[in-house]
Unconditional design. Structure first.
Length: 200
């Protein structure tokens, strides 16, 4: 029986971006269903021992950059190490992804999230800018006006808050996290283990 993956992401995470295409391919390979949860890691970090990038020790910031260079070379993914609009405002885009997931189509919500990540990490786009976000939404074949209006409804605003609280309850603490049968796989560098889990 095909498995289900709960896919917890930050739309500002380079690691989520680095794993995005590989994760999509893995899910397709195993016929797994996927639900995307673009939760607020600004709330997750304080209760799980994490720190936003700017507050991390210099050694950790330097190692992060080294790892990004290693993974860029290893995967051949054209990621910018210091994109122009990072860190940026991911809230409007995250709510749009939630709106698409809840009201339109789960698979297209994933496509939208990955397009937003590509906008930040490959294309130097300010995804918090309404016009830029609208163009990204349209670029994945969705009605930008409809999606952005849905994203501002109280139902969707409250839904993202509820999703974040649920992530904390489940023990999610970093992005990306892939949750399968209650087991958390944190980080795009754990995708080999996700592959094995989906194969069982």
């Amino acid at each position: 029986m095909p498995k289900h993956v709960d896919y917890y992401v930050s739309l500002m995470s380079p690691w989520t971006y680095l794993g995005s295409a590989r994760f999509e391919a893995l899910a397709a390979k195993h016929g797994a269903t996927v639900t995307i949860w673009p939760v607020d890691f600004g709330q997750v970090f304080p209760v799980s021992g994490g720190l936003p990038l700017a507050k991390r020790a210099p050694q950790r910031q330097a190692y992060r950059m080294m790892e990004l260079k290693r993974w860029r070379a290893h995967l051949g993914v054209p990621i910018k190490l210091e994109p122009k609009f990072f860190p940026g405002n991911e809230l409007p885009a995250a709510r749009c992804v939630v709106a698409v997931r809840e009201k339109l189509d789960g698979a297209r919500a994933i496509k939208l999230a990955h397009a937003v990540l590509r906008g930040v990490w490959e294309e130097d786009k300010d995804v918090g800018n309404p016009e830029t976000l609208a163009a990204i939404i349209a670029g994945v074949g969705l009605d930008a006006t409809q999606v952005m209006a849905l994203a501002e409804t109280p139902e969707i605003v409250d839904r993202r808050e509820a999703d974040t609280k649920r992530a904390i309850e489940l023990g999610v603490f970093g992005a990306p996290s892939y949750v399968i049968d209650g087991e958390i796989f944190w980080g795009q560098d754990r995708l080999e283990f996700v592959d094995r889990k989906l194969a069982v």
